[in-house]
Design a protein around this ligand. Structure first.
Ligand code: PHE
Ligand code: ZN
Length: 877
């Protein structure tokens, strides 16, 4: 990108708005042949200046315009593709406009669009300008009053933010309703929904005794799939009161589930709009992973009411202010509702799978980016997931009470304001008298730091010297990196498996357990004294910082930690490290033409874990599951797609043979213990049951039998899908029949049919691409539904490395072609499919060239969207 590209928006160019909007009155007339939007803006000049009013607006057909009650002649305003300019405003002014928009033709799903007949809006980040002319920036906060007019038969339900204050009918079978939101808000939090929807109702009494009506709106027939979302919402409301002292502030909280949605969900004030995937669930249709996803997304959007809505972002460079913080809050919440260790592992897996590659590739950016072309491209794993890790580190450094003091001060100072990440950090500092000066670098420095550690035990004086060097690799535009301040949680384990008391040289007393050290320098040394025997070090406990730990620990120590580490996260991590070590060793053997032999040590360590009846079955399931191909690839200089795949398959099969009886016993016990439903014990049992099945299905005799029986039993979707995944990847004669049977059973259930597409797109088979090509032509496939696109194309490109990276390049060709086709209708979703191509540097020369050719093909397409152009051209670097 050239430096002076006028499309590039820079943080350093931020200026306060020229005008403020005090009040907005909207009149939205939903009709056939287009929707008419009337708007009445009460404006105030912001400061002493003579600049004109420049409003954002895209794709709007102007019907009328008036200033202070007088219709404006053509020469008094200027209209172009993206703005409406009006000169000669006084210090206070009222601007009225009327325009026509076309929700039915809106395939980008931004602004006002229709999903299965229901009108709905998506305004973050810059969608409101597709509804009417406005100062569409988050630092302009206004009070909204919205009147919706619609058909009584097709739009019996008409919703917007706040409270309904008036309604009536107008003849012609039409009716209207007016909503008023008492809280000033930026336009990105505006929402409107109209359609024929069913409602599921409940209520919540806040701790100050106010009763809040809770309503979930869904398409008719889905009323029996809202229970889990409703329970999650009530839990989230109570949790935010208890943990953050935050109460809900309106009398109604509404959620609407829609089928066509670009992202997961949206926190519009009082009227959250959700991708149906994150609301609708019952055990027959949704997996346990879906249930967990619903709980966390419902909570996430609810938590935004304070972190995002009451206190919002000054500009979009501050996105992590609301997203990093709110992800951290939803992670804390889910950890409290379920197993904290299992939740932490899932969060770290996600960070490593999505954020680490981003941070090490051409699209690397700090959690607070310095520039962008299309803001939609910055709803990234870095802003969200790494952003949450940065907040988590502040929490660790200040402690639970200190963090709460900081958040209280943040809300007290900034309620009703649009602020910056700096305001958040300053509140944390001021409330704790802490110094986060160096810590601020996390906001502006991209790249995943490496922590290179070594430990030396000195038997003569009974001391253990821990040396930690930190190094952050260069990222685009940031060749030099400065050392970061981070919490580094460690423990030293004695021969009996218990944590040793830790005392640093110069300190008076020791404490057993985990110790949080602070790293600030490029190299730090810590000398622990009174260590009676050579300890086994457990470093970066709980993943206390988002880094890559490099610590050469012998396999025996890893196996020991798998059995004894008092930190559950690190028990799992030790298993992962041991498995990485073994699998990468096998990859080297295969590349050197040596025969593959599974080391006894791994089978023994996993066997010991399987024997531990007292362990959390979910944690055990995670420990048993070998790192995936995408994870293993991260450890290779040049990724050898085939070797990784073959070696992993070999290891799973070899382990299945070695551990057969114990796997089978555990499988049966879990199957007997699990009950359908969302109770922790049953979910954990199913998790372990399916982890065992993944091994057992490699055994020709018992595997096929077990997988088919589990599939045919149709007990819960979690079990059905785990079995179908094994069947879809197999050559068993029942394969085609099972896939056809599943489709026939669920053909009217889009969320389940998505799973049917994904299970085939991710099957590890030589002919997967051919199947995927056929599926792309299936009558149920459409590029118009983002979930369906992600289910087939997204899953194929990001979760099936051997098929996507097929040596002949046909996988690349298929995905690039769909990206181009999709760009014409939905640029935002198209741009998100490009990420796997951005990893081209990690592959061999032949693949590099093929991936680059596809990126070049994309960039050279005429009429490309800003979204796709930005990601594809940056990916070439
Ligand atoms: N703000 C939403 C969330 O994280 C995400 C989102 C962004 C949804 C842009 C739609 C469009 O909670
Ligand atoms: Zn969010």
């Amino acid at each position: 990108m050239p430096q002076n590209n006028p499309d590039v928006i820079h943080l350093e160019d931020y200026r306060v708005p020229d005008f403020l909007i005090e009040h907005v009155e909207l009149h939205v007339d939903l009709g056939d042949g287009g929707t008419r939007v009337g708007s009445r803006l009460t404006l105030r000049r912001n400061g002493e200046h003579g600049r004109p009013l420049v409003l954002h607006g895209e794709g709007l057909e102007l019907l009328s315009i008036a200033l202070d009650g007088k219709s404006l002649a053509a020469g008094r305003y200027r209209l172009d593709d993206e703005t409406l300019t009006v000169e000669g405003l006084g210090a206070e002014a009222v601007l009225e406009t009327e325009c026509r928009i076309d929700p039915d033709g809106n395939t980008a799903l931004e602004g006002l669009y229709r999903s299965n007949g229901t009108f709905c809006t998506q305004c973050e980040a810059e969608g409101f300008r597709k509804i009417t002319w406005y100062l569409d920036r988050p630092d302009v906060m206004a009070r909204f009053r919205t009147t919706i007019v619609g058909d009584r038969t097709t739009q019996p339900v008409m919703l917007s933010n706040g409270n309904p204050v008036a309604s009536g009918t107008t003849g012609d079978n039409r009716h209207w309703v007016t909503w008023e939101d008492p809280f000033p808000k930026p336009s990105y939090l505006f929402a409107l929904v109209a359609g024929d929807l069913a409602v599921v109702e409940d209520s919540f009494t806040t701790r100050s005794g106010r009763e809040v009506a809770l309503r979930i709106y869904v398409e008719h027939g889905n009323e029996d799939r809202c229970g889990h979302a409703m329970t999650a919402l009530k839990h989230a409301m109570a949790w935010d009161e208890r943990v953050y002292g935050r109460e809900y502030d309106l009398d109604i909280f509404m959620i609407v589930a829609v089928s066509d949605f670009n992202m997961g969900a949206m926190e519009n004030k009082g009227l959250n709009v959700f991708n149906a995937k994150y609301i609708l669930a019952k055990p027959e249709t949704a997996t346990d992973v879906d249930f967990d996803g619903i709980e966390s997304v419902v909570a996430h959007e609810y938590f935004h009411n304070w972190t995002g809505n009451r206190v919002t972002c000054r500009d979009w460079f501050q996105l992590t202010l609301k997203e990093g913080l709110t992800v951290f809050r939803d992670q804390q919440f889910s950890a409290d509702m379920n197993s904290a260790a299992v939740k932490r592992i899932a969060d770290v897996q996600r960070l490593r799978a999505a954020q680490f590659p981003e941070d090490g590739g051409p699209l690397a950016h700090p959690i607070q980016p310095q520039s962008y072309i299309e803001i939609n491209n910055f709803y990234t794993a870095t802003v969200y997931e790494k952003g949450a890790e940065v907040i988590r580190m502040i929490h660790r450094l200040l402690g639970t009470d200190g963090f709460r003091k900081g958040s209280d001060l943040y809300f007290e100072r900034h309620d009703g304001q649009a602020v910056t990440t700096e305001d958040f950090v300053a509140a944390m500092e001021d409330a704790n008298d802490a110094d986060l000066g160096q810590f601020r670098r996390w906001y502006v420095q991209a790249g995943t730091p490496r922590l290179i550690c070594s430990g030396d035990y000195d038997a003569a004086d009974g001391s253990y010297l821990l040396t930690v060097r930190q190094e952050t690799p260069a990222t685009p535009g940031q060749p030099e990196k400065a050392p970061l301040h981070m919490p580094f949680a460690v423990g030293l384990i004695g021969r009996d498996g218990a944590d040793l008391p830790l005392r640093l040289a110069g300190e008076n007393s020791a404490e057993a357990g985990t110790r949080v050290l602070q790293l600030r320098e490029a190299e730090s040394r810590f000398r622990f004294v009174d260590i009676p025997e050579r300890p086994v070090a457990s470093l970066l406990r709980g993943f206390s910082a988002p880094v890559r730990l490099e610590f050469a620990q012998p396999a025996e120590d890893l196996a020991f930690r798998m059995a004894h580490d008092s930190d559950d996260f690190n028990r799992w991590e030790a298993a992962q490290e041991l498995q990485n070590k073994v699998l990468l060793g096998l990859v080297a053997d295969r590349r050197a033409g040596r025969p593959l032999v599974l080391p006894d040590m791994l089978a023994e360590a996993l066997g010991t874990a399987l024997d531990d009846d007292g362990a959390d079955p979910s944690l055990l399931a995670l420990m048993l599951t070998l790192p995936g191909e995408v994870m293993l690839a991260q450890h290779m200089e040049v990724i050898d797609v085939e070797a990784i795949h073959d070696v992993r398959e070999f290891a799973v099969k070899a382990l299945a043979e070695r551990l057969r009886d114990r796997l089978l016993a555990r499988y049966r016990a879990c199957h007997a213990a699990a009950r359908p439903g969302f109770d922790g014990a049953s979910m954990a049992a199913r998790h372990l049951q399916n982890a065992c099945l993944a091994y057992l299905s490699q055994l020709d005799d018992i595997g096929r039998e077990t997988a088919l029986a589990q599939y045919r039993e149709r007990r819960t979707m979690t079990e059905t899908m785990a079995a179908l995944a094994r069947i879809a990847a197999s050559d068993w004669p029942e394969r085609d029949e099972a896939l056809a049977d599943f489709h026939a059973a669920w053909r009217n259930d889009p969320l389940v049919i998505d799973k049917w597409f994904t299970v085939q797109a991710t099957a590890a088979r030589a002919d997967t691409l051919e199947h995927v090509l056929a599926l792309a032509g299936h009558e149920d496939f459409t590029l118009r539904n983002p979930n369906r696109v992600r289910a087939l194309i997204g899953a194929f490109a990001s979760a099936n490395p051997t098929a996507f990276h097929r040596a002949d390049g046909a996988g690349y060709d298929f995905v690039a072609e769909r990206i181009l086709a999709l760009d014409a209708s939905n640029p935002q979703v198209a741009a998100r499919l490009i990420a796997p191509f951005g990893q081209w540097r990690r592959y061999d020369k032949a693949r590099q060239e093929r991936m680059l050719n596809q990126l070049k093909r994309i960039v050279s397409q005429p009429g490309l969207s800003k979204d796709v152009r930005e990601v594809a051209s940056k990916s070439l670097n």
